[in-house]
Write a protein that binds this ligand. Structure first.
Ligand SMILES: [Zn+2]
Length: 86
């Protein structure tokens, strides 16, 4: 079992944080953003069969795309305003 939402969040994260010069290079902040976004998104568990994951990828990406981007942007704003690493 795998939370597919994690895969999608990791996929979108680099794009969302590309404008935050500090966060791009800070593992603490990156992990905070991932955790914050994933807590606000519904987990989507799939059988960790690689074939299944890849066939589902396109459909799910389209379905959850805007939610994931929205949560990641909010999380990035929050973390960049008060980074725990400082
Ligand atoms: Zn940081």
């Amino acid at each position: 079992m795998k939370n597919y939402m994690e895969v999608l969040v990791d996929q979108h994260l680099p794009f969302v944080i590309s404008k935050y010069s500090h966060i791009k290079d800070c593992e603490v902040c990156k992990n905070d953003i991932r955790a914050t976004a994933l807590n606000n998104l519904k987990p989507y568990y799939v059988n960790s069969d690689r074939g299944l994951i890849f066939t589902k990828l396109k459909d799910l990406d389209y379905q959850f795309n805007s939610d994931i981007i929205r949560e990641l942007v909010q999380a990035a704003e929050k973390v960049s305003n008060s980074p725990r690493c400082h």
